[in-house]
Design a protein around this ligand. Sequence first.
Ligand SMILES: NC(=O)c1ccc[n+]([C@@H]2O[C@H](COP(=O)([O-])OP(=O)(O)OC[C@H]3O[C@@H](n4cnc5c(N)ncnc54)[C@H](OP(=O)(O)O)[C@@H]3O)[C@@H](O)[C@H]2O)c1
Length: 253
Amino acid sequence: MGPLDGKIALVTGASRGIGRATALRLGAQGAMVAVHYANSKASAEEVVAEIGRSGSSAFAVQADLADPRGAWTLMEALDAELAKRTGETNFDILVNNAGTGKRAVIEDVSEDDFDRMMNVDLRSPFFLIKLASARLRDGGRIVNVSSMGTRAAFPEMAAYAPFKAGLEALTLLLAQHLGPRGITVNAVLPGATATDMHPGAKDPEQSKTIAMTIALGRVGQPQDIADVIAFLASDAARWVTAQRIDTSGGQRL
Ligand SMILES: NC(=O)c1ccc[n+]([C@@H]2O[C@H](COP(=O)([O-])OP(=O)(O)OC[C@H]3O[C@@H](n4cnc5c(N)ncnc54)[C@H](OP(=O)(O)O)[C@@H]3O)[C@@H](O)[C@H]2O)c1
C-alpha cells in the first residue's frame, strides 16, 4: 500500500528531467500515472515501463503544448485512456511541468520565440487547468512548475520568466477559486537543476561555478524537485495551498 494508492496523476513533460523524476516518484507511491511527452516517445515508454516494474500502472499520452490546441489534444488523449482503464475520465493530481526556455535578453527574443514560450509555459498550463477542473475530483491537487527566475533578475530569461510569473499569479487565484472543493494549487520554483534544459547544471565544471551561488552548495537534481512535488500531491500537504515553494537549494538568496 502506498500513500497515493487509488489516485490518478497527469504529469506533463514526464519523458525527461524533473517531470520524469516526478512521474516515477508518484508511481512509486501508488498512483496511476499518465506520462505526457511531446517528442520523446521512447523515453516516455521507458518511464511507463519503470512505473510498471514498481507495481503501479502508467500509460503515455502525446501532445505538443507549443501548439495553441495542445491542451485539448492532451485532454482528449487522457480522456480516452482513462475511460478505457477506469470507465471514467476523472483524475486527482495535475502536475504542469512541461516547459521550454530560450536563454536570450530582450533584444534577442523573436516573436516566434515569444509565442513558443508563451504557449508551452503559460497558455497550455492555463487551458489544461481549465479542462482539468471539471475532471479533477474534490480533494485534488494542482502543482505548477515555475522557476526561481521569477524572484531574482536573470536578464537572459527575458521571455521565459514573465510567463512563469503568470503561472504563479494563476496559482494564487486558482487556490482561492478551487479551495471550496478541497483542491490545493501550489507552485514549485526550481533553481539550476541538472536536466537537458540546463546544460550548465549538468556539466561537472560549470555546475561548480553555479553552485557558488547556491546556499546548499550544489546544483539541484530532478529528484530534489520531484520529492517536493510528491509532498504537495500527498495528503500530508492537505492544508497547504496558494504557495510558491522555492526549490532551488537557496540560489541567489
Ligand atoms: N532545469 C532547470 O534548471 C529548471 C529551472 C527552473 C525551472 N525549470 C522548469 O522545470 C520544468 C521541467 O524542466 P526540465 O529541466 O525537467 O526540462 P527537460 O529535461 O528539458 O524536459 C522538458 C520536458 O518538457 C517537455 N516539453 C518540452 N517542450 C514541449 C512542448 N512543446 N510540448 C509538450 N511538452 C514539451 C519535454 O517533452 P519531450 O521530451 O517529449 O520533448 C520534456 O518532457 C520546466 O517547466 C522548466 O521551466 C527547470
